[in-house]
Unconditional design. Structure first.
Length: 84
């Protein structure tokens, strides 16, 4: 449960938005929070949004993995080891 105190002007603005959007307060607040959260996430890299590099996969990894061919080879070797 969330309680918010708004001044008169903000309350009128909220009523206008609700009428225009044809939604209720809860749904509007959920959408606003989701939009704001996504905008904050936009500044992060994909790796940061996913929680960082998976350390267990990078242990003992060669330093030349920035080259695509080397990454493909390393992944192929990793997958072949995992298959029974």
């Amino acid at each position: 449960m969330l309680t918010v105190r708004l001044d008169d002007e903000t309350e009128r603005q909220l009523a206008d938005i609700l009428a225009q959007e044809k939604t209720d307060k809860s749904e509007l607040i959920r959408r606003l929070i989701a939009e704001r959260w996504l905008s904050l996430q936009a500044g992060k890299t994909l790796v940061e949004r996913r929680g960082g590099h998976p350390e267990h996969l990078l242990q003992d990894a060669p330093t030349d993995l920035s080259e695509r061919a080397n990454r493909k080879k390393a992944i192929a070797q990793y997958l072949s080891k995992r298959q029974p």
